[in-house]
Design a protein around this ligand. Sequence first.
Ligand code: PRP
Ligand code: URA
Length: 209
Amino acid sequence: MSDVFVIDHPLIQHKLTLIRNKHTGPKEFRELVKEVTTLMAYEVTRDLPLEDVEIETPIKKAKFKMIAGKKIGVVPILRAGLGMLEGVLKLTPTAKVGHVGLYRDPDTLEPVEYYCKLPTDITERDLIVVDPMLATGGSATAAINFVKERNPRSIKFMCLIAAPEGVKKVQKHHPDVDIYTAAVDEKLNDHAYIVPGLGDAGDRLYGTK
Ligand code: PRP
Ligand code: URA
């Protein structure tokens, strides 16, 4: 069974409350999503392996730690996942980026795929799949299915708000994928929106409603 890490640093909780507020407009919403993602990425990358390297300080030669050439891939689930991309890249600037396009059919609530483009060397990469919302878990489960077909070295899933239903679904279908979230909310409503949540992440990021 995979782990669920709730990253609830006070700065993250504070900024997430601003994100949830319906009076927060798209410009501020985008900025806050990026900031929270960067803060979360600090924890998501906590297990990066280090290696000893010798450098010369102005005083003497000595061995110090650096990240061991780790190859990371970031995979935003379009479209709302794009709002988190820059936040991760700020800490992992050499990561390659894959895109999976999915939308949730409003009637069936099933994910519909419309795009998938992943780095060619994905088998050598540890992937972080990002999407602000883990609601029913249908989109995350389908996106992880697509990337697994290409055999990445490992996969983590990172979101801002998860519903218990979505966590359960991802854990059931992908017991090898750890979930990192800033909050686990109460439940889903009749339209499968997270309660209390933040509303429709894509619409709030891009002002489409
Ligand atoms: C939202 C969100 C997730 C999905 C979560 O995307 O960004 O991808 O819903 O719901 P689920 O867990 O029930 O699948 P949406 O389908 O609204 O598409 P968009 O990002 O293009 O707006
Ligand atoms: N997608 C969203 O954007 N928000 C939700 O609450 C559920 C799915």
